[in-house]
Design a protein around this ligand. Structure first.
Ligand SMILES: [Zn+2]
Length: 181
């Protein structure tokens, strides 16, 4: 190897280093589930200013789901936690989720809203943060009005983050909705 070739090799190494750095920045697979959840910035799925109890418990199915409760839950607006595309609008009757909706927020992040009284969107609809998608109910295998809510990454339910804050696992967290304020 003659000395005049060395600068060219170094230049090539520099280009390779820059390319790998760029790929690291661009590749979403490099981001952890936590980072992706934080990036999507999921908001409390209710009217501005409403206070709800976010309940988590070990015998919940799926285990990391959240049940949102308040005394007058029945009929309250259910709003999309983030921008996205509606992927599921189903009615399972008296079983399981009853009337439920799923929304894909990109980056592998999705949310699910169950036991709804009514559904106000269709599959393929685009929604924004705070778009009303239905109302809270007690359909499916529910024993009283509440919103069963799931945050998923790549289809797996994860610990919910709302308004940038992790809620308590396991127990109760009082959350005040700042959606659409
Ligand atoms: Zn539930």
């Amino acid at each position: 190897m003659s000395p005049r070739h060395i600068p060219k090799i170094l230049r090539n190494l520099g280009v390779l280093a820059a390319m790998s750095l760029l790929l690291t920045v661009l590749a979403p697979v490099g981001a952890s589930a936590d980072e992706r959840i934080q990036d999507v910035n999921l908001r409390t799925p209710f009217d501005c200013g409403q206070v709800w109890n976010a309940n988590t418990r070990t015998n919940h199915n799926p285990q990391l789901s959240v049940d949102f409760q308040r005394s007058d839950a029945m009929g309250q607006n259910t709003r999309s936690s983030a921008p996205g595309t509606v992927t599921t609008v189903e009615d399972l009757g008296d079983e399981s989720y009853g009337k439920y909706i799923e929304i894909d927020h990109g980056s592998g992040v999705s949310t699910l809203y169950a036991h709804l009284d009514s559904q106000a969107v269709s599959v393929g609809d685009s929604v924004e943060t705070g778009t009303v998608i239905g109302t809270v109910g007690t359909t499916g295998g529910s024993t009283g009005p509440h919103l069963h809510y799931e945050q998923k990454v790549d289809g797996t339910v994860v610990e919910a983050v709302l308004n940038g804050l992790e809620i308590l696992y396991y127990g109760n967290t009082e959350v005040t909705s700042s959606t659409g304020c």
